[in-house]
Ligand binder design. Sequence first.
Ligand code: TRP
Length: 478
Amino acid sequence: MTDCQGDGEAAKSLMELYEKLTAQGDKIRALKTAAAEKAEIDAAVQLLLKLKMDYKEMTGQDYKAGCPPSENSVVPNNGPAADGDDDDDGDTVDPWNVSSTNAKGVDYDKLIVKFGSSKIDKDLVDRIEKVLGQKPHRFLRRGIFFSHRDMHQVLDAYEKHQSFYLYTGRGPSSEAMHVGHLIPFIFTKWLQDVFDIPLVIQMTDDEKYLWKDLTLEECHHYAVENAKDIIACGFDVNKTFIFSDLDYMGSSPEFYRNVVKIQKHVTFNQVKGIFGFTDSDCIGKISFPAIQAAPSFSNSFPQIFGERKDIQCLIPCAIDQDPYFRMTRDVAPRIGYPKPALLHSTFFPALQGAQTKMSASDANSSIFLTDTPKQIKNKVNKHAFSGGKDTVEEHRKSGGNTDVDVSFMYLTFFLEDDEELEKIKQDYTSGALLTGELKKILIETLQPMIAQHQERRKQVTDEMVKQFMTPRPLNFKA
Ligand code: TRP
């Protein structure tokens, strides 16, 4: 497969459109030959023009009679959406489903090829280190943020003292957040500190209302509650704006204008191809991607950026959000805005194994931010999938497998010291370190981390939340 095909659905409708165009051309010729009424010919020509415009919008190319659309002409520059399951690799990655049939988890190198993004290779990590003059975050050193779009361009601009801003978000579907939810925020906080730039955080309470069986009030309440956990990650109030879509959409004409511009430039066919929507999905879902796209453009936030529409946006997010931003990058130049750059993370595995990401609805699948030290200990001991051997004897003899061991995976996310981590890996692989001992190291890493988070969250007052969530100028020098 090439890297630009749409999924089957969109490609099929593109072919249908092409055939309609051909038929319409034939019809007009027939009408002319038969010297039909001018009004009838005009109407047929009008329809032909409309079909031609649809075709151009879908493919970015002009319709040419006799040249059927090629496989990769749906949404230029766009990888497949939802990667579906059509290539039989057992991995599914889209905004609503993440799963793999492999115990090591999703094959991320393959995902880069499928999505058409770029790998965060050693060169890029080294360059970030050079530009910043400091050690890159462990998420970069360890390939947890593994893929990007246009990051070199962001660094080029930064070196020329051109500023940029960060955008990330969260869909607030319950009060319960787990450690996996913090990954993008921990990383974004680091980016904000090292680059000293503004950040906008979108709470998509509207999205959760459209997708889940929840009331508007519940979704909005979760947005505010989740904002407290996000604030507890240590964001600087002078550089951070957190907004609920339900509140901000109605209060900002500039934001809504961008939503409408995006809506005008993306067809139903395109979102069907990208997100797999069907005719029976409610129209709220169909237009929602425009709302997640809008914060990628700086003039959606005039209180921060004034009228500037050219400030580059960098979006740290988990790779399952990429379909939204492929769409965003596709429309950006057509509405006169720069394309947002992206940094993609892998998924935080469930305790039960890397086949799935964690679920907020299964208490035993994850470590929650509200867990007590005892709960953490029990969950890790009872539920963390082990790559160790069944008996101590066997383990000592042939060692454990860190590729599938969830405790080890968690340590790669949270243990800061590279040498310590490497030593653990060697000892576990050789059999010198037992599963119980590995789990103990993880428990002792998580307990203080979660306790500190809970302490910081307690300090977050309603007044502070209000401040973060009020549209206002931020520290920003263009
Ligand atoms: N759709 C995301 C979710 O369900 C929330 C979100 C909105 C987001 N904007 C974003 C995530 C930008 C990452 C980056 O969690």
